[in-house]
Design a protein around this ligand. Structure first.
Ligand code: NAD
Ligand code: GLY
Length: 371
């Protein structure tokens, strides 16, 4: 019996017309064949996982899928952000082609955001598009990356620079799997949960502040609420702006600084959520210097990010011109326009907007934020 078996299963719908789908959140879902009813019919399923997650959960998923598909195949990728690249993506296509998989084959992404983003991209490309299901196993993937259809791999010159918008058929958030997550990864997921407060829902930020201990202790009811509320906010934003013509960019609060940290240090040195946590503090400081929020707001976010076990001091990316290196890296960002960096800033608590800022001001923020 699952340790969370008293939790009721909850559903959040993401409304995208013919591409709409449910996010199911609960306990004991991953290994339950009932979870996978009414998916597109196919003879073959391919589970895509990695060499950390597969030993923990692939067998359970395999057994649950066997009643639905004649063949259930697996491809196991090397673990890590450093493998979110072309050669690793190719392993998925190799498995699909070597096994004669047709265009109805359903892919199942079993893992964190790295596996989810790569499986989604492979599904978007294979035979010009096959269905896929997200089975996120990290907190970060359950509250963010598995929802909304952004798929990608990294390029050495920029994070998530090669990819596609491609929606899954379904997202299955089994809260039980969060119990095996390393503590550092739990904190990384908390960064993306905290993000939703300043950009959209200050009452949720209050709730996170009150419940941060319960979240760090992985109390099932706290995790269930955090995952559900995060998915609701993300679904509402993506439902209005699926392909990031405007509004969706607010979901990147903290990411412009964070992506610079990730790529500047080399992918995998800082976790994505760690970059986002520290990046949110930097973006809040920028908002304050632009006169959009007060110092108390910055201090509040700084304290919460720190309590979540996340770094709040940025790493130095250059011994000679640290701020210049950040600026150089931040110009390679999907929000940049004509070489001008655009930041998600907080325009009063609970509201975010995207705008540029003078380099001199950004330099001040970086100097004030780095060790
Ligand atoms: P990750 O996928 O690297 O997973 C973190 C680590 O935890 C890995 O070592 C993984 O093998 C391990 N792991 C996963 N589940 C586990 C479990 N249940 N028990 C034990 N270990 C487990 O990292 P992540 O934080 O999940 O995702 C980060 C990635 O997501 C980044 O590449 C980021 O760019 C991407 N992302 C995408 C979106 C999007 O909208 N598509 C949004 C946010 C982040
Ligand atoms: N994680 C940002 C987005 O999905 O738009």
């Amino acid at each position: 019996m699952s340790s969370n078996s008293l939790l009721t299963t909850q559903r959040v719908f993401i409304d995208l017309g013919e591409r709409s789908y449910p996010i199911t959140i609960g306990a004991g879902l991953l290994g339950d064949p009932g979870t996978y009813l009414n998916l597109p019919s196919a003879s073959t399923a391919l589970i895509v996982s990695n060499d950390t997650v597969a030993p923990l959960y692939a067998q359970s998923l395999q057994l649950a899928l066997q009643g639905h598909y004649k063949k259930v195949l697996q491809v196991i990728l090397p673990d890590g952000e450093a493998h979110k690249d072309w050669p690793t993506l190719q392993l998925i296509f190799d498995a699909l082609l070597a096994n004669g998989c047709d265009r109805k084959t359903v892919l199942f992404a079993l893992g964190g955001g790295v596996v989810g983003d790569m499986t989604g991209f492979a599904a978007a490309c294979y035979m010009r598009g096959v269905p896929f299901v997200q089975v996120p196993t990290t907190l970060l993937a359950q509250v963010d990356s598995s929802v909304g259809g952004k798929t990608a791999i990294n390029h050495p010159l920029g994070k998530n620079m090669v990819g596609a918008f491609y929606q899954p058929e379904r997202v299955i958030c089994d809260l039980d799997v969060l119990q095996t997550l390393p503590p550092r990864e739990l904190s990384a997921g908390l960064a993306e949960i905290i993000k939703y407060g300043p950009i959209a829902d200050m009452a949720f930020l209050d709730w996170i502040e009150t419940n941060i201990g319960a979240l760090l202790a992985r109390e099932p009811a706290a995790l269930a609420h955090a995952v559900r509320r995060s998915c609701e906010i993300k679904a509402a934003v993506v439902g209005q702006d699926e392909r990031e013509a405007g509004l969706r960019a607010i979901l990147n609060f903290g990411h412009t600084f964070g992506h610079a940290i990730e790529s500047g240090l080399g992918y995998g040195q800082w976790l994505h959520g760690e970059g986002v946590g520290c990046g949110m503090v930097m973006a809040a400081r920028l908002s304050q210097r632009l006169g959009l929020v007060d110092v108390a707001f910055v201090d509040r976010l700084h304290a919460l990010v720190q309590r979540a076990g996340l770094p709040v001091v940025g790493p130095r990316l250059s011994d000679t011109d640290n701020a210049g290196r950040y600026l150089e890296l931040m110009r390679v960002d999907k929000k940049a326009e004509a070489g001008e960096i655009r930041f998600v800033v907080i325009n009063g608590p609970g509201h975010a907007t995207v705008r540029s800022a003078p380099d001199a001001l950004v330099r001040e923020v970086i100097d004030a934020s780095c060790g």
